[in-house]
Design a protein around this ligand. Structure first.
Ligand code: LLP
Length: 397
């Protein structure tokens, strides 16, 4: 449990001590992670963890020991899983641009399934299978042309998006799969991320019903997308209700396919805060400016999607509202609706930083990637070290 009093206390550990040594870091709460895993297990569904949301090796080990199912989008993610796996994991390979090498690698490994996104990709897989004399399960990702009513940049199920095979091509697809005798085990629909209401999903379920009547399928993969609470939307739908409604609707429509989901964000988002401090406070005409020690290189979501991450500090100092990072871009700015009291050197935290934050961090302005630390059984454990300068120059000839 992360509490915020005069300092940050996580599971009764005061983190001020480490803050003296490091400027900024991601801080995870082990207990909360296990709580989320418990909730997901209770859904009683085949849940694949979408590794793109957080690929920290320590956290992947936790997922491997509990969920043991992964949704990947690159050979790098696949290799990370192989590195940490004790038992053979179930892997779905998603993504619209898999390379030949990636396909060969995953077919040789005989992963659970490849989610294909185009006719061209199917032909490529067919060709590789023939050369390798191996088979692989495939699911077809369909683009249903349904608006997930989320941020434009994380909407994936509209006709204009690059993802999936259009519903109008499905008949041709059936003909082709019959001729090629390929093993299509189901259909995949991932229409977007941070979906906070069920209306687009209900539309989708109707379409799935029509498809199922036309031809039954063994697996139905609804992708990921369940929205989480960024402390902005108060009445966000609970994960349990979200999937209970879906399960109920499928049952009512007599769709007996096994339901798969590929959840990313929900796992870690609210199990982690980004800890930082105020480096400077200055006043420009009629605006006050706080410069923090973290920036868009550490957490890109605010600049990329205008995303809100709740900022907190101890209640000491002047009331200020404008928080910027140190990167040389005007867009290196945090979205903040609150009045927060801060002083120079105040410690601040950005909430909901466990998903799509560290993975999107980069070395812009030649900054190195920061620590990731977990609070485990009342101890602090570093799970990612501060990136060394050596890493920034290693690849130059
Ligand atoms: N399956 C597929 C095929 C996906 O593309 C994604 C996410 C997921 C599952 C997991 O979705 P989730 O449960 O995490 O919503 N960087 C953005 C989010 C991009 C999502 C990409 N695809 C952000 O920071 O909001």
């Amino acid at each position: 449990m992360i509490e915020f009093k005069n300092t940050i206390v996580v599971n009764k550990i005061n983190i001020k001590s480490i803050f003296k040594k490091v400027n900024s870091f991601y801080l995870y709460d082990y207990k909360k992670i296990f709580y989320h895993i418990y909730i997901i297990n209770k859904l009683n569904l085949y849940c694949f963890f979408s590794i793109k949301s957080n690929d920290n090796l320590y956290l992947l080990k936790i997922i491997n020991n509990t969920i043991n199912k992964f949704d990947i989008v690159s050979i790098g993610e696949l290799k990370k899983i192989i590195l940490i796996s004790k038992k053979k994991p179930y892997i779905i390979f998603s993504g619209s641009g898999k390379t030949t090498l990636e396909l060969i690698f995953s077919i040789k490994l005989n992963i659970f399934c490849i989610n294909v996104e185009s006719f061209q990709e199917i032909f490529k897989i067919y060709y590789i299978m023939n050369i390798l004399k191996k088979n692989i399960n495939m699911m077809i990702r369909i683009n249903p042309n349904i608006d997930a009513k989320t941020h434009e940049k994380i909407t994936t199920g509209k006709k204009k998006n690059k993802f999936g095979i259009l519903i109008s091509s499905i008949k041709n697809f059936f003909i082709m799969s019959k001729i090629l005798k390929i093993n299509i085990i189901g259909y995949d629909f991932h229409i977007g991320s941070q979906i906070d209401n069920l209306s687009p999903i209900k539309k989708l379920l109707h379409l799935i019903y029509i498809l199922y009547k036309f031809k039954k399928f063994q697996y139905l993969d609804l992708g990921g997308g369940i929205g989480v609470n960024y402390y902005k939307t108060k009445n966000i739908i609970k994960i349990k209700n979200f999937y209970n409604i879906i399960k109920h609707s499928l049952k009512k429509k007599k769709i007996n396919s096994k339901l798969l989901i590929e959840i990313g964000r929900y796992f870690f988002c609210n199990t982690c805060v980004l800890v930082s401090k105020i480096n400077y406070i200055k006043y420009n005409v009629n605006i006050s400016i706080c410069i923090t020690s973290i920036g868009m290189n550490d957490i890109l979501r605010p600049s990329l999607y205008n995303s809100y991450h709740k900022i907190e500090s101890y209640n000491l100092g002047k009331t200020l509202t404008n928080f910027f990072g140190p990167i040389c871009e005007s867009s290196d700015k945090f979205i903040n609706n609150n009045n927060i009291k801060v002083k120079t050197n105040s410690l601040i935290i950005l909430h909901s930083s466990g998903s799509y934050c560290k993975v999107l961090s980069n070395n812009y302005n030649s900054k190195n990637k920061i620590f990731e630390i977990i609070v485990y059984k009342n101890k602090l454990k570093i799970i990612f070290n501060l990136e060394k300068f050596k890493n920034l120059i290693n690849n130059y000839e």
